[in-house]
Ligand binder design. Structure first.
Ligand code: NAD
Ligand code: ZN
Length: 384
């Protein structure tokens, strides 16, 4: 018998860019990226909500790509949001168009849209020809400050989020801040929860900055919003590129602070509860739990509560009270599902202080129930 364990490493470059008006003729960022990629053919996908908010967008893209350096095959405007991940129709559209437009592995797909649209088109791009170059243009706060700079894609299946998907490093991510300013203000504000999250687990100074700027962020002051999105995006990108586990082979997912309960609440709500709103509630639950477990000072939890309140983040959701058929809190099953998703041992990141996380491998169900009760009472009192 013979066995050879040959190490294999594949170098990737994660290009994360920030700009305004990426498709204005004076902006050379995209032109330079396309030239460097060497790709000749370009296929474009634009989410319809973005095309509606920016009626001149398709003509700007077409003008931008008409300088003869690349061949624009088509611009497809398609519906996005969570519904586009509910089945494989958008993915199949991408496959079909890749085939029809003779897009090869050196060609580029440009995708302009929110996190859900990027996830579905991204999965199509990653699987056609085993991977066509993808240039992502995230258009929501959440996709610019978190998901769009990630290296994952996916659609939902079996009633579960992102059950089908792959890891695929995009050729480039272009965070064009201009898009942020056409979003529904509530969706935009809620998307900042991922910035609060990454600050809490990675960077005490960033959390202090958010604290100082919470009122400006609450009203989506352009300067504060863009600065916050950029700092968050860079932390997410840095974690992926230097954290040692870009494709999540291990059992811990430090950037998923607050997410075990969030994923379960999204599922319990039939995905009516948005990811961002669920993360806000899940994050606050894990902050309360961190205090109960003796890890985090109450004073720090109060600072976090003030930021969440100032930024009008939800701090309770009725899904937390839902019971399963054995009269257990249904959200508790989220812990096991979180473990299953990653495989291996349960690892949940809790907080020791802003900027300082700590991994735990079990959570006390009774303490979780007490935290939920405390959150419920607090939310009810706030409503009076
Ligand atoms: N791949 C990953 O690593 C990863 C990580 C976290 C979340 N996600 C996924 O991201 C998705 C959530 O992304 P999201 O928060 O961007 O939500 P979304 O894509 O559903 O967009 C929110 C809403 O804003 C609209 N919209 C998008 N851009 C707009 C703009 N510029 N102006 C006006 N309206 C606009 C959309 O049509 C939608 O109605 C979820 O499916 C989640 O699972 C993926
Ligand atoms: Zn998230």
């Amino acid at each position: 018998m013979e066995r050879f364990d040959l190490a294999l490493s594949v170098p990737f470059t994660h290009r994360v860019c920030f700009t305004h008006d990426a498709f204005s003729l004076e902006n050379s960022l995209l032109r330079d990226l396309l030239r460097e990629s060497g790709g000749r053919r370009v296929l474009v996908y634009v989410e319809d909500a973005v095309a509606q908010a920016w009626p001149a967008l398709a003509s700007s893209i077409s003008r931008y790509l008409s300088d003869g350096s690349v061949e624009l095959c088509a611009i497809h405007i398609k519906p996005g949001a969570e519904a586009c991940k509910a089945d494989d129709s958008l993915v199949r559209h991408v496959w079909d168009q890749v085939e029809k437009s003779k897009i090869d592995r050196h060609s580029c797909i440009l995708c302009v849209g929110g996190g859900a649209f990027l996830d579905a088109v991204g999965f199509g791009a990653a699987t056609a020809h085993r991977g066509v170059r993808l240039l992502r243009f995230p258009t929501t706060t959440l996709s610019q400050d978190d998901s769009g700079v990630g290296v994952k894609n996916g659609i939902n299946a079996f009633g579960k989020k992102n059950w089908i998907g792959s890891f695929a490093v995009p050729y480039a991510v272009i965070n064009d801040f201009t898009f942020l300013h056409s979003q529904d203000p509530e969706i935009s504000r809620l998307g900042l929860i991922e910035a609060i999250k990454v600050a809490l687990v990675k960077d005490a100074d960033f959390f202090s900055w958010i604290e100082t700027n919470a009122a400006a962020l609450a009203v989506l002051d352009h300067h504060a919003l863009e600065e916050c999105v950029k700092r968050s995006a860079l932390w997410h990108a840095r974690h992926i590129t230097t954290g040692g586990d870009p494709f999540e082979m291990g059992s811990s997912r430090p950037l998923d602070f607050g997410h075990w309960a969030a994923h379960k609440m999204e599922q319990l709500s039939g995905f009516k509860l948005s990811h961002a709103a669920a993360v806000a509630v899940g994050l606050w639950l894990d902050v309360c739990y961190s205090v109960k477990a003796g890890l985090l000072d109450e004073a720090d939890a109060r600072r976090i509560a003030t930021v969440l309140e100032t930024m009008e983040m939800p701090m309770f959701d009725p899904q937390l009270l839902a019971r399963d058929s054995s009269d257990q809190l249904a959200v508790l099953a989220g812990l096991e599902e979180f473990r299953e998703h990653l495989g291996g041992r349960l690892t949940v990141l809790l907080l020791r202080a802003p900027g300082q996380g700590v991994d735990v491998h079990e959570m006390n169900h009774e303490w979780i129930a007490q935290c939920i009760d405390h959150m419920h009472k607090r939310a009810t009192a706030a409503m009076r």
